[in-house]
Design a protein around this ligand. Structure first.
Ligand SMILES: *[C@@H]1O[C@H](CO)[C@@H](O)[C@H](O)[C@H]1NC(C)=O
Ligand SMILES: *[C@@H]1O[C@H](CO)[C@@H](O)[C@H](O)[C@H]1NC(C)=O
Length: 172
């Protein structure tokens, strides 16, 4: 009996805790000024932590960057505590620059490949193919003619018959 009631108490406690957690999770609304540590301050993305006087202030959204009057950039923290705002901006600029460069290079490569495989070259290829065909046909004809001439020469013994290389000598 005691066991069951304590089990019930645990379940109720869990439910209450879960309800509290659920109601608390969506909005632990607190103004930035109430935070006293960097981690708690930055848990709200609209807050800015300043290392000089360990203060949490609202991010000055009117300015793109927090002005030095609020906090010098090298002492400001936003998003993460272990990197100062200056380094964060530089890193973002570098990443952005690299991305932009990559995209530009990719575009250039694509354009070049497109232009190379466009009409003028295809026309040239077609010409080359036709030239090759014509050459092949003329070669075929030449070979045919030579074969016929060889046949005639062989018939009249003008060249040695490869099947009977000594036939002429034998005949002489
Ligand atoms: C974040 O800070 C702002 C400014 O103090 C406040 O109005 C807002 O309710 C806070 N948001 C959360 C989720 O704590
Ligand atoms: C922190 O310092 C900045 C200037 O560096 C000042 O504007 C701000 O009011 C200070 N905040 C607190 C809580 O002292």
């Amino acid at each position: 009996m005691l066991k069951r009631s304590s089990g019930c108490a645990v379940v109720v406690a869990l439910l209450v805790a879960a309800a509290a957690a659920l109601s608390a999770t969506p909005a632990p609304k607190a103004p930035c000024k109430t935070f006293t540590t960097c981690d708690s301050c930055l848990s709200n993305v609209s807050c800015l932590w300043c290392q000089t006087n360990l203060s949490c202030t609202e991010y000055p959204v009117a300015h793109l960057l927090p002005p030095a009057s609020i906090c010098p950039l090298s002492e400001a923290r936003w998003g993460v505590c272990w990197v100062n705002f200056e380094a964060l901006i530089i890193a973002m600029a570098v990443v952005g620059g690299v991305l932009l460069l990559g995209i530009t290079v990719c575009c250039c490569c694509c354009c070049c490949r497109c232009r190379r495989s466009s009409r003028p070259d295809r026309v040239e290829e077609e010409y080359a193919r036709r030239r090759e065909e014509i050459k092949q046909r003329s070669d075929d004809r030449k070979a045919e003619r030579r074969a016929r001439h060889d046949e005639i020469r062989k018939k009249y013994g003008l060249i040695p018959d490869s099947d009977h290389p000594y036939s002429r000598f034998e005949n002489e």
